[in-house]
Design a protein around this ligand. Structure first.
Ligand SMILES: NC(=O)c1ccc[n+]([C@@H]2O[C@H](COP(=O)([O-])OP(=O)(O)OC[C@H]3O[C@@H](n4cnc5c(N)ncnc54)[C@H](OP(=O)(O)O)[C@@H]3O)[C@@H](O)[C@H]2O)c1
Length: 170
């Protein structure tokens, strides 16, 4: 069972039109956002869909990894000793509960949509572009969330959100 006080943090970069990906890749190149992602996720446990795993292709250093797939045969190949495999979202969250730090939902579109109701926090990069894409960040009912911090730059905003009604552990 999911621990009540475990932080489940969605970390995503989405464009103005909610695009997050195209053809298995991220349709922009923003090195400062990669640095931001690293800073927000180091020491934590990443939960990601198999498609996002394929797009990264290796475990990210300093972070634990849980990959979600429906394929019972799937394995992370040479990284089998570093990556946990889950076959459902609840299983992925339960595995992540046993691993270090917060549970970071690292995408992609399917996994964001399927975990949004379990998230306690969101760290979103609002990218000031509207590229074509085939993967999207889900619509969020922001009445359930409060913005706690925003850093605005010319090409993007970094925004930290907390779900309303979290207790002192949140
Ligand atoms: N901008 C960002 O912040 C960001 C972050 C991450 C990813 N991305 C981009 O997003 C795109 C990928 O997103 P996506 O939506 O196509 O794929 P995804 O969410 O990364 O992965 C989808 C896969 O996850 C597995 N899956 C999904 N729901 C499941 C469930 N309930 N139970 C078990 N397995 C489940 C399935 O794997 P199987 O097919 O193996 O069964 C499915 O094909 C890429 O373009 C990537 O670059 C962007």
């Amino acid at each position: 069972m999911h621990e009540a006080d475990r932080r489940v943090v969605i970390v995503a970069a989405h464009a103005r039109n909610r695009v997050i990906g195209r053809g298995g890749e991220i349709p922009w190149h923003l090195p400062e956002d990669f640095a931001h992602f690293k800073a927000e996720t180091l020491g934590h446990t990443l939960v990601m869909g198999r498609a996002t795993w394929d797009s990264i292709g290796r475990p990210l250093p300093g972070r634990s990894t849980v990959v979600v797939t429906r394929d019972p045969q799937w394995s992370p190949g040479q990284y089998g000793d570093q990556v946990q495999v889950a076959h459902s979202v609840p299983e992925a969250l339960a595995l992540a509960d046993q691993l270090p730090g917060d549970t970071v939902i690292a995408g992609g579109g399917q996994i964001y949509a399927e975990t949004l109701d379990r998230a306690t926090h969101m760290v979103l990069t609002e990218v000031h572009l509207s590229p074509e894409g085939d993967a999207f960040f889900p619509e969020v009912d922001l009445s359930q969330w409060r913005e706690v911090r925003r850093v605005s730059r010319e090409d993007l905003d970094w925004v930290w959100w907390e779900r309303n009604g979290l207790d002192a552990h949140g």
